[in-house]
Design a binder for this molecule. Sequence first.
Ligand SMILES: Cc1cc2nc3c(=O)[nH]c(=O)nc-3n(C[C@H](O)[C@H](O)[C@H](O)COP(=O)(O)OP(=O)(O)OC[C@H]3O[C@@H](n4cnc5c(N)ncnc54)[C@H](O)[C@@H]3O)c2cc1C
Length: 281
Amino acid sequence: MRQYSQMSASTITTMHCGGNIARLFEPETKDQLRALLAEFDDFIMLGGGSNMIFEDALISSPVIRLGKGFDTVSRSKENVCCGAALLTSRLLNYCEEHGLSGLEFLAWIPGTVGGALFMNAGTAQRGIMDEVIDIEVMDKEGTRYIPRSDLNYGYRTGGFSPDTVITGARFAMKSAPREQIFAAVESFRKKRRDQPSGYSCGSVFKNPPHTSAGQLIEQAGMKGFAIGGAKVSQEHANFIINDGTATATDILDLIRTIKNNVRERFGIELVEEVRIIGKRL
Ligand SMILES: Cc1cc2nc3c(=O)[nH]c(=O)nc-3n(C[C@H](O)[C@H](O)[C@H](O)COP(=O)(O)OP(=O)(O)OC[C@H]3O[C@@H](n4cnc5c(N)ncnc54)[C@H](O)[C@@H]3O)c2cc1C
């Protein structure tokens, strides 16, 4: 098992900010993970870090990022089984190669399968949880399988309790011509290619019912508004871009300012999609 100490959160998150993580563990087998779960009652799961902001302080809770042994993918007829550390881009490549359709909407969403399931990543209409049969999780008692029907999943939530460790999942796919899958993937890629570039965590806020967070922020006049090195994107107001110098404090202050402005202007409370570790807004 790899172990790191004093790892800067800026090197393991796409937002590129935050303090040092005192202890980062990377179990490569289920036995190693089991030993960690037996040792710690309180820990933070990290996937690809594309939807997490760690505060500017020493993160003393142990952080667990699943290693090589969880980076697996295989198929049985039309079902695909994979480990939670597999990148969603690799899952999608595998499905394309094997002519298996159903997850094309994940194209260009960064991160791992574990993070995607926890967040129910996808589009406004569809999330990865819609395609899953069951999810493998581990706790102090051991490994178990949760059928999708037992989870209260929804828009940007897989319905898992915060201490769940997702270790793998099984997806129900449908055979389809590879060209058809490739064309669907390309159409999602094209849409996402227009997203702002630079260090970000994707959409910062969930869309409130019947409206778009980006539009509300834009109508509140906040496009281009900056605090320190953190700026509301000119291209898509629900993205905050770190110019490379932003601290987590800059970003959290900007999030707070956006929420205040949107609340004052429209009476709507924006809710963060991004997971903030260590600091309450
Ligand atoms: C440029 C950009 C574009 C994006 N576009 C989209 C989009 O179109 N749609 C969308 O839904 N999201 C989008 N995102 C957000 C993000 O990519 C997704 O939420 C992604 O699925 C998170 O995966 P991750 O592995 O990086 O998770 P992380 O950010 O590492 O973690 C996210 C959450 O999942 C938990 N977690 C991670 N792994 C596990 C595990 N194994 N077991 C239990 N809990 C775990 C973490 O504790 C955390 O709470 C975008 C992000 C970026 C940077």
